[in-house]
Write a protein that binds this ligand. Structure first.
Ligand code: SF4
Length: 210
């Protein structure tokens, strides 16, 4: 079976299991999703949702973050990892969005990756979840691990893995693939002790040994 065939089966099987697959981050606007995604690096989505529930009541728009002091932002987000750097990046990003984009989050990859704290993964999540644009495939730690275990990529660098996945996946499924692999990575194919014997991909996975 070639990888194009394999990816179709993977999506089919995982979609049955996770019909609700979409980002777990809670947001109302593209800017809120951008903030939540910046906060989510090295932090669980549950933790981020707890923080943003309070944060967005006080600061919700780019203008709110421009007006707020760094100390105030740090205080609001102090329970996430690397909160000092993240506070600085969110504030600078808000300033750039107000100054260069009239307060609107841009919807182009090349513009998004210029924002502080926004790399390709964050931009992919933002584009697909907030704007419905499939520009690439968000490769986080789960997508990376599953792509390797399922032998969909031999690479280790997330951007190279993204390219490998983009080559074998129909464009309209890029967002779904990322969300499905993330959910499967969290629930079944965990980094330690993956539950091979409960896995719907067992038959097509070359890493299914115990
Ligand atoms: S069979 Fe095991 S290694 Fe392969 S995807 Fe399933 S849980 Fe992961």
């Amino acid at each position: 079976m070639d990888n194009r065939e394999k990816i179709k089966i993977i999506i089919q099987k995982l979609e049955k299991l996770y019909p609700e697959a979409k980002t777990a981050l809670k947001f109302q606007t593209p800017f809120q999703l951008l903030v939540a995604t910046i906060l989510s690096a090295q932090t669980t989505d549950d933790r981020v949702n707890k923080v943003t529930e309070t944060l967005f009541k006080r600061m919700s728009t780019p203008q709110d973050f421009v007006k707020a002091s760094i100390e105030d932002i740090m205080h609001e987000i102090k329970s996430v990892n690397f909160y000092k750097n993240k506070a600085k990046n969110i504030k600078k990003t808000a300033e750039m969005i107000v100054k260069n984009y009239n307060g609107n989050v841009p919807n182009k990859m090349e513009e998004l990756v210029k924002l502080p704290g926004v790399a390709r993964k964050t931009a992919n999540i933002l584009l697909s979840e907030a704007y419905g644009i499939n520009e690439g495939i968000a490769v986080d730690t789960h997508v990376k691990r599953l792509a390797q275990r399922l032998a969909l990529s031999k690479n280790n660098d997330p951007e190279k893995i993204e390219k490998d996945l983009m080559e074998i996946t129909p464009k309209e499924r890029w967002r779904d693939l990322s969300n499905l692999l993330i959910l499967h990575g969290r629930r079944i194919c965990q980094a330690r002790n993956p539950k091979h014997n409960e896995c719907v991909l067992f038959d097509i996975c070359p890493s299914n040994q115990y």
